[in-house]
Design a protein around this ligand. Structure first.
Ligand SMILES: Cc1cc2nc3c(=O)[nH]c(=O)nc-3n(C[C@H](O)[C@H](O)[C@H](O)COP(=O)(O)O)c2cc1C
Length: 357
């Protein structure tokens, strides 16, 4: 099987979530024996269709433009058995680069009208390659893909070529250190989807469920963590790419968001057989208390004070957030008596082990 795998994201390698997903899909396709060429459309010149219909009249099957679409991409497109349309979701549909590519496939059609069911369609000039649509989105709900899905079913449905739709919501979370394990499961499932497509021209429900799995079950928590991320970018004067490259974590701005972020950072392997209760008593701009119960490789965060904590930390909220986000050194601040610790000091020494990045 000859496959053309397209990525229309304007982002470079490493940052494009479409690229991450596409690379794994392609790995699976190659595992199953397909011959796959991957093309980053951002590196190609694809001029907009100007609607002249030269490709239907004066030079049937040939576009008037002399660019990468005419010279390279369209010939590869019509020679493929299957095309993967990889696109970021922009304004709930394909992005402009992918739309330009799709419009420029017009020469594959003939101008004439034919009846198809209750509707009218154009006859094909060449066989239409089978289609897999892969898209990623920032929002966490699967419903963000509804419009795209309905559109691709319409355009590829007419030629009966749509093989699979692979959609990944909350895609930006895939590179957050908190979600490393879940992102790895998504990548593995995407690779499996690639194998299944080549082997059986469909993707099983089980594989799709693994691709679309929730990283954070309740959407309210997702929004809160997302907002912390954006607030941190703004206060640090950084775009998301710089935030990721520096390996930063979102800075909590309340006891509640601190509880979320610390719980997400819990490292069960590092915690081992630790069984302990950690208490935080915050003062300053954000006041309040919370505690974390760690046992059997799990963590449970609760507002308020615990009855018998193993260790209790009394600290200004801002100072602890500086320590958490790497802006201040915990040990130095302790020596300078900027915060106080009661109870098992060794637990404090093991914080960076119990809580990964
Ligand atoms: C111009 C623009 C429009 C976007 N529109 C949507 C949208 O409608 N829905 C959504 O969930 N995410 C939207 N996003 C977020 C992207 O889908 C998300 O960042 C995705 O990971 C980008 O894919 P990439 O990393 O492959 O470029 C938009 C992003 C941009 C820059």
């Amino acid at each position: 099987m000859k496959v053309l795998a397209l990525n229309s994201s304007p982002r470079g390698e490493g940052q494009s979530k479409t690229g991450m997903m596409l690379n794994h899909l392609v790995l699976g396709m190659r595992d199953a024996g397909a011959e796959v060429e991957v093309i980053d459309l951002r590196k190609k010149t694809i001029r907009n269709c100007i609607g002249c219909f030269t490709c239907w009249t004066k030079t049937p099957g040939l576009c008037i433009h002399k660019d990468d679409m005419s010279g390279e991409l369209f010939p590869k497109f019509i020679e493929s058995d299957l095309v993967v349309y990889g696109t970021p979701l922009y304004h709930f549909t394909v992005n402009a680069t992918m739309k330009a590519f799709i419009e420029r496939t017009l020469p594959i059609l003939q101008p004439f009208f034919e009846e198809s069911g209750e509707a009218t369609k154009h006859p094909l000039r060449h066989e239409f390659p089978k289609a897999v649509v892969l898209s990623v989105a920032g929002f966490p709900e699967m419903s963000v893909f509804d419009q795209l899905s309905s559109w691709v079913r319409l355009i590829f449905g007419k030629s009966d070529t749509l093989v699979a739709e692979i959609y990944r919501p909350a895609a930006e979370s895939m590179t957050a250190s908190f979600f490393k394990d879940k992102a790895a499961q998504v990548m593995e499932a995407t690779r499996k989807a690639g194998q299944e497509i080549v082997q059986s021209m469909k993707v099983s429900e089980e594989t799709l469920a693994a691709v679309t799995q929730d990283f954070v079950r309740d959407k309210e928590s997702f929004r809160k963590i997302g907002n912390l991320f954006w607030k941190t970018c703004i206060s640090e004067g950084m775009i998301p790419k710089e935030f990721e490259e520096k390996g930063l974590i979102p800075r909590p701005d309340s006891v509640e968001t601190f509880m979320m972020i610390l719980s997400l950072g819990f490292n069960p392997v590092g915690a081992g057989d630790t069984s302990a209760v950690l208490q935080f008593n915050f003062s300053g701009d954000v006041q309040g208390a919370c505690h974390f119960r760690i046992e059997n490789g799990t963590i449970r965060a609760t507002q308020g004070r615990a009855e018998r904590p193993d260790v209790a930390i009394d600290t200004p909220f801002d100072l602890w957030m500086d320590i958490l986000t790497g802006k201040a050194d915990g040990q130095q601040m302790f020596m300078a008596q900027k915060y106080k610790v009661k109870g098992d000091l060794s637990l404090l020494m093991r914080m960076s082990q119990i809580f990964g990045k």
